[in-house]
Design a protein around this ligand. Structure first.
Ligand SMILES: Cc1cc2nc3c(=O)[nH]c(=O)nc-3n(C[C@H](O)[C@H](O)[C@H](O)COP(=O)(O)O)c2cc1C
Length: 332
């Protein structure tokens, strides 16, 4: 297995990448995942039209810090001209890669003809990719796809070929249809089919939550890189686990003390990077606290308490209480 892959000349460790996740994978989240071994990270999706109209919030989403590199900025849109213009603006932030979202299932995006709606219009999808590639002037452009719109229209190989002929440097494939949203399971056979159909690198995505899942994804699909979304919730160490498994090194899972210390590090970073007050920024950190505590004795009870957190000091106190509960339980 090669140690690195090249996406249009950008070298990325062949371990696992962090998937784009709007409302979750913000800068703090990406930095935590990079620190714990993610090979590559992607921004939350950014509206091509929004950035053309110089929306300030949209611009903040495109910022790439050096610690996050290599990083992709993801755009969504349904018009080739806006996409080309948006790509030119995004280039000012010097991302290593520009990714186009053709997988988002949410009505707000799909109703504008963007996201997974583009899977119903392969010709337009190809035009959008071609426009982005031309505007990117050498910065690699990738396309993120789903299996298809619904189970009767599994057409991702056609879309992947269209992306390749439009000059895309790689495609990422989530093995669910738009209709599935996040239900059911991701079908890795469609990823394997895409790998057979195109020469550009294929990034496999869907339901990978451990090193075992990741190795299976590599083995069963032949994909060039694995991408993880929800499997990294409260678990940035999943990337370290994967890197260890791929290099045959021993991996020791974090103890509850280590988990709580990483949770506090993550929350601290969120608060430091936020322009909001501590209390408002804590609102966004609450769900992460729930995820870090998931899977332990009493975590359901702590969930409600996480959703009441309004300061870092409270998060520290809750973490101590959580650790004490696990120790007590261990001593029983
Ligand atoms: C909360 C959330 C937000 C997401 N936002 C985006 C996004 O902005 N762009 C995108 O291409 N995919 C987005 N996705 C899809 C993920 O990138 C990924 O394809 C999907 O979650 C399947 O991978 P997983 O099973 O590893 O989570 C999002 C998923 C979730 C759960």
């Amino acid at each position: 297995m090669p140690e690195q892959i090249s996406i249009g000349g950008v070298l990325i460790s062949r371990t696992a990448a962090l998937a784009p996740m709007a409302g979750v994978a913000d800068r703090a989240y990406r930095l935590m995942c990079r620190k714990y071994g993610a090979a590559y990270v992607v921004s939350e999706m950014v509206s091509a039209k929004g950035i053309c109209y110089s929306d300030r919030k949209t611009a903040a989403l495109c910022t790439v810090t050096d610690e996050e590199r290599p990083m992709g900025v993801q755009l969504f849109g349904s018009e080739p001209d806006f996409m080309a213009e948006a790509v030119k603006i995004v280039l000012e932030y010097r991302p290593e890669i520009i990714d186009i979202n053709m997988g988002c299932p949410v009505p707000k995006v799909v109703n504008t003809g963007a996201g997974s709606a583009l899977m119903k219009d392969p010709a337009l999808a190809e035009q959008i990719t071609a426009a982005a590639v031309k505007a990117a002037g050498g910065t690699p452009v990738t396309v993120k796809l789903r299996a298809g719109w619904d189970e009767n229209s599994i057409n991702v190989t056609e879309l992947a070929r269209a992306a390749e002929s439009a000059g895309a440097a790689a495609v990422a494939v989530h093995g669910r249809t738009r209709d599935q949203f996040y239900g059911g399971s991701s079908d890795s056979s469609v990823i394997a089919a895409v790998k057979q159909a195109v020469k550009i690198p294929v990034i496999g995505n869907g339901d990978v939550t451990s090193a075992e899942d990741c190795l299976r994804m590599y083995r069963e699909t032949g994909c060039d890189l694995v991408m993880i979304g929800r499997g990294s919730y409260g678990a940035p160490f999943v990337f370290r686990e994967i890197a260890a498994a791929l290099s045959g090194e021993e991996y020791v899972p974090p103890t509850v003390e280590e988990k709580m210390s990483v949770m506090l590090e993550h929350i601290r970073l969120m608060l430091d990077l936020s322009e909001k007050s501590e209390e408002l920024a804590m609102h966004e950190a609450r769900k992460h606290a729930v995820w870090y505590m998931n899977g332990y004795y009493g975590s359901a009870k702590f969930r409600g308490r996480c959703y009441q957190l309004s300061s870092y000091a409270e998060a520290e106190a809750l973490a101590e209480e959580f650790i004490a509960l696990q120790r007590e339980r261990g001593a029983e």
